[in-house]
Design a protein around this ligand. Structure first.
Ligand SMILES: [Fe+2]
Ligand SMILES: [Fe+2]
Length: 218
């Protein structure tokens, strides 16, 4: 009897695997959006839900490609990001702030000319207006520490003096960003930040209606 039950279970498992291997993924059939139907968008909507759920993984994967590239600094870009986040965490900052610190330079690889904008845009739907502002402007505020050596005005940040977030951004750079190039610093492992990234990037799921599916904007 037990042997028969085992056989039946194995057979069921085989059928399940076969079904998974042969099942064709449902896709919309239109080739021009003008011909799309409600059914097409129901299918696309289902794909979007799964895709949106995996966003934290894609963010972490992209962050990892900063590894190994120092850009001439004493630590590589990933280490700089982790060190910035570690300092923020140890200073008692909340989860959202720490995640912003971790990801503030994620745009370094593909937005060389405006990396701060890339990180800020990516974070905007998930973080406060203040944290968004800090990430978006940190590049100009970092200039305070070195632009004089490039023939630029180190005080360019002062054009934002009227902003209610000026002090917050200056503080982020002073306490966590400009000083995170230390090869001897005891950084936290990246794995410790991963649950924080997942928490922050799951927030938009709760903001019904505000997070528009990406396919709407294609
Ligand atoms: Fe930066
Ligand atoms: Fe940085």
């Amino acid at each position: 009897m037990t042997r028969n039950n085992d056989r039946s279970r194995i057979e069921q498992g085989r059928r399940r695997v076969w079904h998974m291997m042969t099942k064709k993924e449902e896709q919309a059939t239109f080739t021009e959006m003008i011909n799309g139907t409600e059914k097409d968008y129901a299918i696309i909507g289902e794909h979007y839900k799964a895709f949106a759920k995996d966003l934290p993984d894609r963010v972490l994967k992209h962050l990892s490609i900063l590894e190994g590239d120092t850009g001439g600094f004493a630590v590589d870009r990933l280490t700089h990001c982790i060190q910035t986040a570690t300092r923020a965490y140890r200073d008692g900052r909340d989860e959202e702030y720490v995640v912003c610190a971790l990801l503030h330079d994620i745009g370094d690889t593909i937005a060389t000319a405006n990396h701060a904008d890339l990180a800020a845009t990516m974070l905007q739907p998930f973080v406060s207006e203040k944290n968004y502002w800090i990430v978006k402007h940190h590049g100009i505020f970092q200039g305070y520490y070195f632009w004089e050596y490039l023939g630029m005005d180190k005080n360019t940040r002062d054009q934002y003096k009227e902003s209610e977030h000026w002090n917050d951004c200056a503080e982020f750079c002073a306490k966590y960003d400009q000083n995170s190039f230390d090869p001897e610093y005891d950084n936290m492992p990246l794995e410790e930040f991963e649950p924080m990234v997942r928490n922050v990037f799951s927030k938009s799921m709760e903001i019904e209606g505000e997070a528009s599916p990406s396919y709407i904007n294609q």
